[in-house]
Design a protein around this ligand. Structure first.
Ligand code: PEP
Length: 258
């Protein structure tokens, strides 16, 4: 069973910016130009940006020589075929993406993504050499009904179903309470850490305690320069998935530095 120690030494913090459906190509390149200089000395943290598909190619060029990695916000699980409007893992790898965000609550809510679909995408991402950032989190209603633990455990187990132990350490999980996304409401640092420990225990159950100690679990939901330090001071929070604040170079850089 998972010891619950949360051995920080094994886990490098990861701060990822989810730009959502924001920024034209020109705006994206300008944001990267501003950000690169601000975070160039940050060596003990992994920095990731996730522009919309349309800007991935230009951002890849703008990131050359920097310490910032590229992520996509979604993908299909198939590599090619008759799936109008979709983008495949193979295309993302070819574009230079290292990470892909999967199962974001906006995808689950507005585009009908299911636990099963997220699992297919996780498997396909790993198969294609992409590192998945898997989002899990409860809605306000689920929290009020006392179902937080049940929901994050179900989503985590479903996403990891059938993943081999030797692939598991490449996974990042983001705990994103849906009621905290884009609302300005953050889970308290203690509460975020408590839920993340539940997710870590679930990872131990699915794999083993070594993997649970190694898998990085971020918090996401209205992370700002003002609350980042307290969140990152928690034993089990290994960074953040940042939405709104990642659209501004100085705010995102301040979170990286926190
Ligand atoms: C997100 O979209 O993943 C997110 C956490 O958004 P925000 O930081 O704006 O709450």
């Amino acid at each position: 069973m998972y010891s619950g120690r949360g051995e920080r030494g094994l886990r490098r913090r990861i701060i990822a910016g989810n730009w959502k459906m924001n920024k034209t190509v020109d705006e994206a390149v300008t944001l990267i130009a501003d950000l690169k200089g601000l975070v160039k000395d940050a060596t003990d943290v992994e920095i990731v940006v996730s522009p919309p598909f349309t800007a991935l190619g230009a951002v890849r060029e703008a990131l050359r020589g920097s310490n910032i990695e590229l992520a996509a916000q979604n993908m299909h699980w198939e590599n090619e075929g008759a799936f109008t409007g979709e983008v495949s893992p193979r295309m993302l790898r070819n574009l230079g993406c290292m990470y892909v965000i999967l199962g974001h609550s906006e995808r689950r809510t507005y585009f009908g993504e299911t636990d099963e679909g997220v699992n297919k995408k996780v498997k396909s991402a790993l198969l294609n050499g992409l590192l998945p950032i898997i989002c899990v989190g409860e809605t306000l209603k689920e929290r009020e009904e006392g179902k937080t633990e049940e929901v994050v455990t179900r989503q985590t187990k479903a996403a990891l179903d059938g993943i081999k132990t030797n692939e598991a350490e490449r996974i990042v999980i983001a705990y994103e309470p849906v009621w905290a996304i884009g609302t300005g409401r953050t889970a308290s640092a203690d509460e975020a850490n408590r839920v993340i420990r539940i997710i870590r225990s679930t990872v131990a159950e699915v794999f083993n305690s070594r993997i649970a100690d190694e898998v990085r679990i971020q918090y996401g939901g209205s992370v700002k320069p003002g609350n980042a330090r307290e969140l990152f001071g928690q034993s089990d929070i290994d960074g953040a998935l940042v939405g709104g604040a990642s659209l501004n170079a100085s705010d995102f850089a301040a979170i990286v530095k926190a």
